[in-house]
Structures are given as structure tokens and as C-alpha cells.
Design a protein around this ligand. Structure first.
Ligand code: Z5A
Ligand code: MG
Length: 216
């Protein structure tokens, strides 16, 4: 019998919600259970496009708002074929931030020409996650985890707007059926336990349904 395809899992959420921590734990957990699992993150700062994004985020470069939006998207397209290949070989891919961040952070700049609908266009056709785990954390808890750093978007006002736009996306956009909200104000272990259960269920559904990987 052919090996079932892998599952595509994405972590999203505001800064300091614990995405990177939980991605690493999930990949270790899946490997311990005998699954092939691969960790990816966006922005992927290792490519030439990723270096341009890094220069922008760290304040070394000024980049026009449309241009940086398209660079974030291009940085995902650089990896799209690799994601599809891994999934088709039966590897579960766990991604730290994806196009949901792409949409919310650009739309949060408040340029009326760049609303969530506009922001979604360059993402259409990317591999679509089987599950997007949205780690929901209060501003107070996020601040208690070391506060915000020095990068461009790490400011209270921007984070508050991003929070609202993520909420919009969960309630009104095509994305809503893929997103599951996880209360990330709890301990690392409690959050991880819920995530392991949710991911286990999704992997079973994918294997049982035989549904191919969808596209955004
Ligand atoms: N961006 C964009 O504009 N467009 C795009 O398309 C994409 C991204 C993809 C960089 O992202 C910026 O790019 C980001 C969005 C924008 N801008 N902002 N702001 P990034 O992913 O490189 O940012 P990051 O700095 O790696 O991640 P983060 O969001 O700030 O953090 P996190 O990964 O969610 O949290 P963490 O590193 O796992 O945890 C933070 C700390 O809290 C750490 O000390 C942990 O040990 C601790 N922690 C974690 N969980 C817990 C719990 N449950 N309890 C207590 N302490 C905890
Ligand atoms: Mg992180």
C-alpha cells in the first residue's frame, strides 16, 4: 500500500505567543512517535530574499510597503515545491508563521490600498495547511515573556492592530475553516499537550480521507 501523504501544520500568532517553542516540541514529539517530521519557518532569512527581509526588519534597509509584502510572499514561494515534495513523500511539515502573518502584518500598516483581500492575492496557489494552530496570548502575558525586541513591528500599537486583523481573518475570511484557536496563556507543557492531540486528530483525518494537499 502506498504511504499516506504527510500533513501540513502551521503555527501562527502574535509575538511571544510561543510559536517557535511549540514548533520545536511538536517536531520532537512526532519524531519520537515514529513519524517523519520537518520544521520550517518564515521568513526564511537564509536565502537572498530572506536576507533582504532581515535587513528590512532589523531597520538596515527601507523597503516600500508593497515591495516588502511581495518579498515575504516570494520567500514562501521559494519553498513551495520543497513543501509539496516533503508532503508527497509522507513527511509532516511544521511551519513557524506562514501567509496568515503575511496578510495580517502588511494590512496592519493601515494603507487603505493594502487590505486583507489585497494582501492575500500573491499567496493564492501556495500549499494550503491542513491545520493552522493560532496561539492566542494576551498582551500582558506576551510582555511578561521578555517584552518586545528591537525589530520593526515589535511595538505595542502594531501588535494590537495585528491582533484585530488575525481576529478578522478567523471570523470572515477563507482562512477561517483551517484555523484552530489555542489558549497559549498556559504553561508550555499544557499548550503542547493540546497541540499534540489536535495534530494527532488532523493526521488521522488526512490519512483516512486520502484528500490531497490543497492550495490556498
Ligand atoms: N512577518 C511579516 O510581516 N510577514 C510575513 O509574511 C511573515 C512574518 C512570515 C519576524 O517574525 C517578523 O516578520 C514578525 C512578523 C513578520 N514581526 N513581528 N513582530 P519571526 O517569526 O522571526 O519573529 P520571532 O521573533 O521568531 O517570533 P516571536 O513571534 O517573537 O516569538 P514566538 O516564536 O511566538 O515565541 P517563542 O520564541 O517560542 O517564545 C518567546 C519566549 O517566551 C521564550 O523565552 C520562551 O521560552 C517563552 N515562552 C514560550 N511559551 C511559553 C509559555 N507557554 N509560558 C511561558 N513562557 C513561554
Ligand atoms: Mg519565533
Amino acid at each position: 500500500m502506498a504511504r499516506p501523504r504527510g500533513t501540513l501544520i502551521v503555527f501562527e500568532g502574535l509575538d511571544r505567543s510561543g510559536k517557535s517553542t511549540q514548533c520545536e516540541r511538536l517536531v520532537s514529539h512526532l519524531r519520537q512517535e515514529g513519524h517523519d517530521a520537518q520544521h520550517m519557518r518564515f521568513p526564511n532569512r537564509t536565502t537572498p530574499i530572506g536576507q533582504m527581509i532581515n535587513n528590512y526588519l532589523s531597520g538596515l534597509a527601507q523597503t516600500e510597503d508593497h515591495v516588502i509584502h511581495l518579498l515575504f510572499s516570494a520567500n514562501r514561494w521559494e519553498s513551495a515545491a520543497e513543501i509539496e515534495r516533503l508532503i508527497s513523500e509522507g513527511t509532516t511539515v511544521v511551519i513557524d508563521r506562514y501567509y496568515y502573518s503575511g496578510m495580517a502584518y502588511t494590512a496592519a500598516k493601515g494603507n487603505p490600498d493594502m487590505d486583507l483581500n489585497w494582501c492575500r492575492h500573491p499567496e493564492v496557489g501556495l500549499p494550503r495547511p491542513d491545520l493552522c494552530l493560532f496561539l492566542d496570548v494576551s498582551t500582558e502575558v506576551a510582555m511578561s515573556r521578555g517584552g518586545y525586541g528591537a525589530e520593526r513591528y515589535e511595538k505595542r500599537e502594531m501588535q494590537d492592530r495585528v491582533r484585530e486583523l488575525f481576529r478578522d481573518m478567523r471570523d470572515h475570511h477563507d482562512e477561517r475553516s483551517d484555523i484552530v484557536l489555542v489558549d497559549a496563556n498556559r504553561s508550555i507543557e499544557d499548550v503542547a499537550a493540546e497541540i499534540n492531540d489536535l495534530v494527532g486528530l488532523t493526521m488521522q483525518q488526512v490519512a483516512k480521507s486520502g484528500q490531497p494537499l490543497r492550495k490556498v
